[in-house]
Design a protein around this ligand. Structure first.
Ligand code: SF4
Length: 430
């Protein structure tokens, strides 16, 4: 969501005639788009602001903007601590960024942190970092109250975007040459709960949205992130299985395998139910890849709780997992819990989990050796050649310079825990 906002901020500034500066010191406008989910977000913000203060002393024309979740959360505190900041713009006020910059020039420091969005970020111009991919926000905010999460505080309750508007945006992107879209929502599979369409007795729900977007001509791939396991439905599985363009990949955040910890996290599912849904997903969508998020060392996590997480990971056979060491985020409920787990204990459990998951990921990737996948090339590989992704979201490296945005058939030659290497098995389209 934050990257998506950054593209929109860049788009708004570009449409005002600004261009990208080579060096921060030479920039007329510097925007720090903050993410409160990241560790030490505020320490990093004030460190960067300290450095920018010196740059601004040398280049007084510079305007400094702080945007994003920290701006939403800390509001006036930012300009109190760093009075050289010209504009503080909250997550809902992004469309006003240009106006605020102009005002700051005439009237001094400005702040706009509001509680509701009037314009969805996707409705603003964007300067897309990647030509073949587009983020499309389908809802903002979240009605859940996970105790480790800052999102409800900085993005508010869920608000869904009208289906027609989303569809029009996706059609526009496809006409513009975009091959792949990622539908974005903090809790993407509760899309539509809060919208009604005049004349329709039922609300459009996430499966309806998937089916509608699947019908957009010219598009190759549809992804979405992130669904909540407690709100998964058979209808979504059916839409994925029947969709031509919907990729066979689900990011399905587990967070913990211990029911006690899930309760403390205020996650409204339990390990058994999670595994049941995983089974239904795998049965209903042939060849689907499943990835997850896991937090290690949540306050109060015992060795027994952690052993339960390890057991669920063993059973679930995730293709990949994003593993996080818990650290408190100011403003969340869990930050106030007393029984924080010592750092060295968290580290030791984390290492065990990573070792287990890497062996499972490698096993899953080995089963790909010899198979041919359609790979959408994203750009140069880190160690040469080109890099792309399968529909199942596995990273594949191939030799040679294949243009980004081109889809090529690739035979997988070798598996690694985090990626595959392969060879293109047909001529690359010019
Ligand atoms: S569902 Fe996701 S966004 Fe919503 S509170 Fe929980 S972790 Fe945060």
């Amino acid at each position: 969501m934050n990257e998506h906002d950054s593209e929109r901020i860049a788009g708004l500034l570009t449409s005002e005639g600004l261009t990208e500066a080579d060096r921060v010191e030479e920039a007329e406008v510097v925007v720090l788009n903050t993410c409160a989910v990241r560790e030490n977000a505020d320490r990093r913000l004030y460190g960067n602001l300290g450095r920018l203060r010196q740059a601004k002393e040398r280049n007084p024309a510079m305007r400094i903007v702080v945007a994003g979740c920290l701006a939403q959360k800390d509001r006036g505190a930012i300009q109190e601590r760093a009075p050289w900041v010209d504009v503080v713009v909250g997550t809902y006020a992004v469309p006003r960024i240009v106006d605020l910059l102009r005002r700051s020039q005439a009237e001094g420091p400005q702040m706009d942190v509001r509680e509701q969005t009037e314009v969805f970020p996707s409705a603003l111009p964007a300067r897309r970092e990647v030509r073949h991919h587009g983020w499309v926000s389908v809802s903002v905010g979240c009605d859940n109250t996970c105790s480790f999460c800052i999102v409800p505080l900085v993005r508010g309750p869920q608000r869904s975007r009208p289906l027609g508007e989303i569809l029009a945006e996706v059609q526009g992107l496809a006409a513009d040459g975009v091959k792949e879209v990622t539908l974005l929502g903090q809790n993407v599979n509760t899309y539509g709960r809060d919208v009604t369409v005049p004349g329709h007795p039922t609300r459009p729900l996430f499966a309806d949205l998937l089916r509608a977007v699947d019908g957009v001509h010219g598009l190759e791939r549809i992804r979405f992130t992130s669904p909540h396991p407690a709100h998964f439905t058979h209808d979504v599985i059916a839409a994925m299985a029947g969709g031509e363009r919907i990729c066979e990949h689900i990011h399905f955040p587990l967070q913990s395998g211990s029911d006690r910890i899930l309760g403390l996290m205020r996650r409204s599912y339990r390990a058994e139910r999670y595994l049941e849904w995983l089974g239904r997903i795998r049965q209903g969508i042939p060849g689907v890849a499943v990835t997850t998020d896991i937090i290690v060392g949540f306050p109060g996590e015992t060795e027994d709780d952690f052993a339960r997480t390890m057991r669920v990971v063993e059973e679930a056979r995730f293709d990949a997992a994003f593993t996080f060491q818990y650290s408190p985020r100011p403003g969340t409920v869990a930050a106030g819990f007393e029984d924080q787990v010592p750092k060295e204990v968290v580290q030791e459990r984390f290492d065990r989990l990573v070792t287990l998951q890497e062996s499972i990921s490698l096993e899953s990737n080995r089963s790909e050796e010899g198979r041919v996948h359609q790979v959408l090339i994203e750009g140069p590989g880190r160690k040469g050649g080109s890099q792309g992704r399968t529909r199942t979201n596995k990273v594949v490296n191939v030799p040679g310079n294949v243009p980004p945005g081109v889809t090529v058939p690739v035979r997988v030659d070798l598996a690694h825990p985090h990626h595959l290497t392969g060879s293109v098995v047909a001529a690359v389209p010019a």
